[in-house]
Design a protein. Structure first.
Length: 366
């Protein structure tokens, strides 16, 4: 099983370990990840956890190992239940979100499930349990200004200066950058790579998501059959519509449809898409998932100057902004259709006044 897309050994852990410890830790992590992906969910049925579940939790498990090393004063992979209980107590006293605490606990349960089945340790039952906020309100969402800033950032993301406007010295510097970005020898970088760097993949992915409120799983499942740029629509079939049983016609702005059309024309030039109907692939030719989309959004926020600290800035922040402002500009029925909610009760959580409207109200109130 290829684990290239997984954080087997993160940079902080690698910097902590000597060469022999690193080899041992890598072996330990690979064995754990392979088991989780193959058997972890239902060991008796050889049913593993989904990639989108294992990858983010693997980062938290790695963080737990480093915490144990700090407590023990050095490297070890001999994990005890006391270690897990100690980390839970540590998290309980930290000023972090309830959701983060819950996710860390779920990650540890996966790790100790592997240890139980493969190493014969007893099952771990945490002394402390956490519960996420069950509020009916949507999570953090992009404000109107942030939505515009993210759109603009998508046009800027990864762009490079025009090939013809560079001096030979500048061109060499950018060739070095593009060789690293596209993982190819510098001698193989051509003017076509400049066009590729300034392509329409990221803008189309981001702009379509800002219009349609695509869930990560819908980005992952999206195919060329969905696209109807002539009518500025996405036509999502029921078999690909997350959590639904109906076909959906999702509106796009004319500008978004134009950008998507530009990507469709550009997409045909890339061999990576010859054998797939996927609209978008990552740079490594994989389907987008929760982690890769979250990374992209955080990069866009960096470009746009949007603060992400103390916010749950996942790809769902885009979707929640669509629901909030569609409800504000139109009504709940429009938001329900655009977000592809089966139940109107699901859409009701977006029937709230955005913070900027409340701020304006305070100014008027004096």
């Amino acid at each position: 099983m290829d684990l290239d897309d997984y954080p087997v050994v993160t940079e902080p852990s690698e910097s902590y370990l000597n060469e022999r410890q690193l080899l041992d830790y890598r072996s330990e992590r690979e064995e754990c990840l392979r088991w989780l992906l193959t058997y972890g969910k239902e060991p008796e049925k050889a049913e593993g956890y989904a990639k989108g579940t294992v990858k983010p939790r693997s980062y938290r498990i790695d963080r737990f190992y480093r915490w144990v090393w700090e407590q023990e004063g050095g490297y070890t992979v001999n994990l005890m239940h006391d270690h897990a209980d100690g980390w839970m107590d540590h998290l309980a006293h930290r000023d972090v979100s309830a959701t983060h605490k819950v996710n860390c606990q779920k990650s540890l349960k996966m790790l100790y499930k592997w240890l139980h089945h493969e190493r014969g340790s007893g099952q771990w039952e945490p002394d402390i349990t956490f519960s996420a906020d069950n509020s009916s309100n949507p999570r953090d969402f992009l404000t109107k200004d942030e939505r515009k800033a993210v759109r603009n950032a998508a046009l800027e993301y990864g762009s490079v200066p025009s090939y013809n406007n560079l001096t030979p010295t500048e061109r060499e510097r950018w060739k070095r950058y593009l060789s690293q970005r596209f993982e190819k020898p510098k001698s193989d970088v051509t003017p076509d790579d400049w066009d590729r760097a300034n392509g329409w993949k990221i803008p189309s992915l981001v702009w379509v998501s800002l219009d349609a409120g695509l869930r990560p799983t819908e980005v992952n499942r999206s195919t060329m059959d969905w696209i109807d740029t002539d009518n500025s629509l996405l036509r999502i079939p029921k078999e690909d519509s997350a959590k639904n049983t109906d076909h959906w016609r999702v509106g796009l702005s004319d500008r978004t449809a134009e950008i998507l059309q530009n990507w469709c024309a550009e997409r045909r030039a890339y061999p990576a898409y010859d054998d797939t109907d996927a609209i978008w692939l990552t740079r490594k030719k994989n389907s987008w998932d929760v982690s890769s989309l979250r990374y992209l959004l955080h990069r866009l926020c960096d470009i746009a100057g949007i603060e992400t600290a103390n916010r749950q800035m996942s790809w769902y922040a885009i979707r929640h902004s669509v629901g909030t402002y569609m409800t504000r500009e139109e009504d709940l029925a429009a938001a329900q259709a655009q977000l592809r909610h089966k139940s109107p009760e699901t859409t009701m959580k977006y029937d709230q006044t955005p913070v900027e409207d409340r701020r304006d109200a305070l100014d008027r109130m004096g």
